[in-house]
Design a protein around this ligand. Structure first.
Ligand code: MBD
Ligand code: FE
Length: 285
């Protein structure tokens, strides 16, 4: 199901670009420089204990152990560690990190966020190609604080196109296609015109795909919009929004769907869809 003559998303294009991007703007070790040895030891010990326990319980063989070794090496060679971790691990980190919040539910960031997208006003049309394929979607909402106060803030939105491809991670797309930073005024209101994204299949030709095939799983995420919503004095909200009726809302490979994140688009006579969804941010404590 490709249009624009693009090849399907490949490990080489998506996975490796995600590794490049991860290294580009994060210095992950800096933030944990002062973590005490006891915590490092406890976490490492318990993860290893869980591995040992699994090996004993299932009497894992040398052939299986060597296949695991080869596979772990290949994940790095493919550049698919960001993809692997964000698909199978991040959702629990997100759950723990945001469990204190009273405002909006969040979800995982995933591997395809890029900071610095084009700045747009409160009434925004997302950067897209002439004749961008997909159902036009007009989304209205507000940013408020948990006390109901409207917030002058920002909605950073990024999502896949109608083929399920993200700009900067698949070849042949304009740099900032379907990526934008929408600023709200003092009334907190925004209106965004974009297109409905397609469901996303994680690359099947790399190491993550190999695991999925070997385990007999599927590789699909339901169609989704990614957002980072921010306002001064408030906690950054990272979330994803979903569309009712998507065949993979109930079995997302990344376990990142929550009922609170479901949109309710209304079909319009002109073939477009309208949707209302607002964000409530927690004040910084
Ligand atoms: C995606 O588009 C995504 O959002 C996640 C979490 C993992 C892989 C691809
Ligand atoms: Fe995504």
């Amino acid at each position: 199901m490709t249009t624009f003559g693009k090849p399907p998303a490949s490990a080489a294009s998506s996975g490796a670009s995600a590794t490049e991007r991860f290294h580009a703007d994060k210095s992950p070790f800096e933030a944990v420089r002062d973590v005490p040895a006891e915590r490092v030891s406890e976490l490492a010990r318990e993860v290893l204990d869980a591995v040992h326990e699994t090996i004993r319980r299932h009497r894992v063989t040398y052939d299986e152990y060597n296949a695991l070794k080869a596979w772990l090496i290949s994940v790095g060679q493919d550049g698919e560690w960001p993809l692997f971790l964000d698909v199978w691990v991040e959702h629990v980190v997100e759950e723990v990190a945001t469990s204190h919040r009273h405002g909006n539910k969040g979800s995982i960031e995933g591997p395809y966020y890029v900071p610095g997208s084009p700045e747009l006003g409160a009434d925004a049309t997302m950067p897209m190609r002439d004749g961008e394929i997909g159902t036009p979607l007009v989304w209205e909402g507000t940013i408020t604080s948990t006390d109901g106060r409207p917030l002058a803030g920002k909605v950073e939105l990024w999502h896949a196109d109608s083929d399920g491809f993200y700009s900067q991670f698949a070849p042949g797309l304009p740099e900032w296609n379907l990526r934008g930073s929408i600023s709200t005024g003092p009334d907190g209101a925004f209106r965004i015109t974009t297109i409905r994204p397609a469901p996303y299949q994680i690359p099947t030709d790399g190491s993550c795909g190999k695991l999925i095939a070997a385990a007999g799983w599927h590789a699909w995420r339901p169609a989704h919009l990614h957002v980072k919503v921010s306002a001064p004095g408030h906690e950054l909200l990272t979330a994803q929004l979903y569309f009712p009726g998507d065949p993979h809302n109930g079995d997302d490979i990344a376990t990142a769907v929550k009922p609170e994140l479901m949109l309710d688009p209304i079909a319009q006579p002109d073939g477009s869809e309208k949707v209302a969804y607002s964000f409530v941010l927690d004040p910084e404590s």
